[in-house]
Design a protein around this ligand. Structure first.
Ligand SMILES: *Cc1c(COP(=O)(O)O)cnc(C)c1O
Length: 804
């Protein structure tokens, strides 16, 4: 199991394989014919596999050398713990990072194969729901490019995010068995298998030296097998690692059942272990206390921490004095927060450190990122469930809480309400563990993901904790990698930008501001024409996708108006629908002077149990159907719902978008990252004063951004007397929209199906206050439409968005 001396040798340059077209062609043929046993006319998946293996070979030496580099005890290593890594496709990304796109295309041409078609054979690795999982993937990319010693730890779900189909306008979920065909981008590392424990009970005893000790006994054991995924940096020889755990049963049989003669039953029981990493929970911004989910969380935390401690001991033996100085754990939301208690358990029970030593290490190595202000998304686990599944961990959490509450009592003497509010254990309605509080108490750093969000955390959700430990709280506004989202997704614009300012911006995005002087059209006529041409060919590519997936014709001269993101009430796809119906009403009444043709694209999955979100998808599809079939409408307005929105579709969508819809209720979108991908590809944002929209607005200036809607404090002020019915009554346009909706115009064949959706918007307690922002939304939409007709001016704004 241990690394041998040989393992520790850095591989020399001469060990590297050649990357010229000839060599790639040769290896591709060898893999296809001699390794996979296929031929050129085979199922194209094998062509993808053969090329991927060819490329992977050329990553191996850098991967190994990077691993050894990171083992040197000179720098602090970071571990990014996340239940989600929404990485999408890998092949194209590695080709870009290794600078072998041209050679690969040339090699494939020798076989009359198109590199692009081969790339499209790769299934998306959909190991995440949305923004939170994609953030993890973008961070991994950037850390490799910045040569930072960061290792990602996650789960290797057999089934990733479900595939979304649309049937009669309704979302239908289908399992995504993305690993059915072999995955060339993972390397099984069975030699680093870990054991994770569940259930059983604890026993307290005194050891021979008279010290109190705890044993965790009679547990079920599950094996965690690591699969390593390479994360290449941009043309820098660095290949970092994403380590994903797969759960399997131990080889030890359940002896009781075996003795009782239930051989098949005891073998079948082994399946239970494998269930842990079978499927990703498809909920965005909300969880529901399922036992399997808690098992997943502990499985990730325990396997990862044991793996890290094992590596530490290989170099440092049992000397933990420098551990905190050389390691740090970033918790991506509360999902892996059980790591706080698990590190304590490992250090105390397994490594025999004292409580104080273990706490010193834990509280100086854990850091927590909060991702949401929605109260329903704050994870709580019932104490009962914890006791049954993780009894030793619960004891440790109780001890952490007891010590913490003493601190609170010293800080606020006599304030028992404060202690109740801040306790890690919630006592109301059946005891539960508040995972966010465990994460805050156990961490040296707590961050929000945009300036506004971090600010709201301090004032609201975590106010008590901020008063106790102001120094812990900080902001890290989310970001996205320009490698995948510009250089890979938008090659035409990339070449154009680099022709003006060089290509340093690809690995140092701050350099993109050198593009600003080219935004003025006077001396840059040719550049502006090329910019428009790039956008146009990207729009053609998207129009082809929309035609293929939705059967709807998008004309490239129209303004492409796009909202893609998880379908959720707070993101207000419904507000978008109200605007679409309003435009439809205007066309029907002939109010089309100075009209701008528009193609509206909406996409996004709804959690399978989220009724309102799923019904919203149905509404979008029905509205689209009516509008697209109306001859009176023609090219003035087209509406399409793109099924199965995922990373690889965003790579086509963002470069083709003119107007990016970021219209959440102010104070609800923690950051947003879709907004950034659109902006950097030259889209204009139409958005509320929310999340990172605010920072986008600051960067690009209000002349280059369509801002609308209530601000956070205005939303909160209006809540007390919010009266959507009277807002509707007072607004002729809005009244007409609701009239059409309520008349059943969009659901003649299925009466009543939208009643709940309509009622939610008319409810004085509507948390998302959709109706409140209608007037300001349609006015700014009109401004955007007018602006679009001045293409010269629009192009200037587009370049400014990329440059800023
Ligand atoms: C960027 C991205 C998201 C996040 O989008 P938001 O608009 O910030 O919610 C979700 N899903 C995919 C596939 C993405 O690429």
């Amino acid at each position: 199991m241990n690394d041998t001396q040989d393992d520790l040798c850095v591989l020399p340059e001469t060990e590297k394989l050649p990357t010229d077209a000839k060599a790639l062609e040769h290896d591709f043929r060898r893999y296809l014919i001699h390794h996979l046993g296929r031929f050129l006319g085979c199922n194209p998946h094998y062509l993808y596999e053969a090329l991927s293996l060819t490329v992977r070979d050329r990553i191996m030496t850098d991967w190994r050398n990077t691993w050894l580099q990171h083992r040197l005890p000179k720098q602090r290593r970071a571990y990014y713990l996340s239940l989600e890594f929404l990485i999408g496709r890998a092949l194209g990304n590695h080709l870009l990072n290794m600078d072998i796109e041209e050679q690969s295309a040339e090699a494939m041409q020798k076989f009359s194969l198109s590199l692009e078609e081969i790339q499209s054979e790769e299934p998306d690795a959909g190991l995440g729901n949305g923004g939170l999982g994609r953030l993890a993937a973008c961070f991994m990319d950037s850390c490799a490019t910045l040569k930072l010693p960061v290792l990602g730890y996650g789960l290797r779900y057999e089934y990733g995010m479900f595939r979304q189909h649309i049937q009669n306008g309704y979302q239908v979920e289908e399992p995504d068995h993305w690993l059915r065909d072999t995955n060339p981008w993972e390397l099984e590392r069975a030699e680093y298998t870990q054991r994770v424990h569940f259930g059983g009970h604890t026993e307290h005893f005194t050891n021979r030296r008279g010290e109190p000790r705890t044993r965790w006994l009679n547990t079920e054991e599950v094996l965690a097998i690591p699969f390593d995924v390479p994360v290449s940096g941009y043309r820098n020889g660095v290949v970092n690692t994403l380590r994903l755990w797969k759960a399997t049963a131990t080889d030890e049989f359940n002896l009781d059942e075996f003795n009782a003669g239930s051989y098949p039953e005891s073998v079948a029981a082994k399946n239970d272990a494998e269930h842990i990493t079978m499927v990703l929970y498809p909920n965005d911004s909300s969880e529901n206390g399922k036992e399997l989910r808690l098992r997943q969380q502990y499985f990730l935390a325990s396997a990862s921490l044991q793996d890290i401690v094992r590596q530490w001991e290989m170099v440092h033996g049992d000397d933990y004095s420098n551990f905190a100085a050389q390691n740090v754990f970033q918790l991506n939301d509360t999902h892996p927060a059980i790591a706080v208690a698990e590190l304590m358990r490992i250090l105390i029970d397994d490594k025999h450190l004292s409580w104080d030593q273990a706490w010193e290490i834990t509280s100086n190595t854990m850091a927590y990122t909060n991702h949401t202000l929605l109260p329903e998304a704050l994870e709580r686990w019932s104490v009962k469930l914890f006791e049954r599944l993780l009894p030793r961990l619960l004891e440790i959490i109780f001890d952490i809480n007891a010590i913490f509450l003493k601190q609170v009592a010293i800080h606020w003497p006599g304030d028992s309400d404060r202690r109740r509010r801040m306790s890690i254990i919630e006592e109301d309605h059946g005891k539960s563990v508040r995972m966010a509080y465990l994460a805050i108490v156990g961490s040296f750093s707590v961050n929000g993901v945009a300036e506004l969000h971090s600010d709201l955390l301090k004032k609201g959700l975590f106010r008590d904790f901020y008063e106790l430990w102001p120094e812990k709280f900080n902001n890290k506004t989310n970001g996205v990698t320009p490698r995948r989202w510009i250089a890979h997704a938008n090659p035409e614009m990339t070449a154009l930008i680099s022709s003006k300012i060089g290509d340093g911006w690809i690995s140092d995005l701050s350099q993109i501001e050198k593009l600003k002087p080219f935004a003025g059209s006077a001396n840059n006529k040719l550049f502006h024409a090329q910019w428009q041409a790039a956008k146009r060919s990207n729009k053609t590519r998207l129009a082809e996708l929309v035609k293929k997936e939705c059967g709807v014709d998008f004309a490239v001269d129209s303004m492409f108006d796009v909202q893609v993101k998880r379908t959720h009430e707070y993101k207000r796809q419904l507000l978008n629908v109200l605007h679409i119906i309003h435009l439809y009403n205007r066309i029907r009444r002939g109010d089309t002077l100075d009209w701008t043709n528009r193609c509206v694209l909406i996409g996004g999955k709804a959690a399978p149990g989220y009724f309102m979100a799923k019904r919203t998808i149905k509404l979008i599809n029905n509205v689209a159907e009516i509008i697209n079939c109306d001859p009176e409408v023609g090219d003035k307005l087209k509406v399409a719902f793109l099924p199965n929105y995922r990373v690889s579709s965003m790579e086509v969508i963002a470069p083709a978008t003119d107007l990016s819809e970021q219209i959440s209720t102010a104070g609800k979108e923690a950051s947003g990252t879709g907004n950034m991908k659109f902006m950097m590809n030259g889209a204009l944002t139409i958005g509320t004063y929310d999340g990172a929209n605010i920072e986008i607005l600051d960067a690009v200036g209000s002349d280059n951004f369509f801002l609308f809607g209530l601000k956070v404090d205005e939303v909160e002020a209006m809540r007390a007397h919010y009266d959507p019915e009277s807002i509707i009554a007072a607004d002729e346009d809005l009244k007409a929209v609701f009239h059409l909706l309520e008349s059943g115009h969009f659901n003649i064949e299925e009466p009543g199906i939208f009643d709940a959706v309509i009622a939610s918007m008319k409810d004085p307690h509507d948390p998302w206050m959709t109706v409140a922002d209608f007037r300001s939304y349609i006015e700014i939409q009109q401004q955007a439409a007018n602006a679009y007709r001045d293409q010269q001016h629009w192009t200037r704004m587009s370049i400014m968005n990329t440059a800023c």
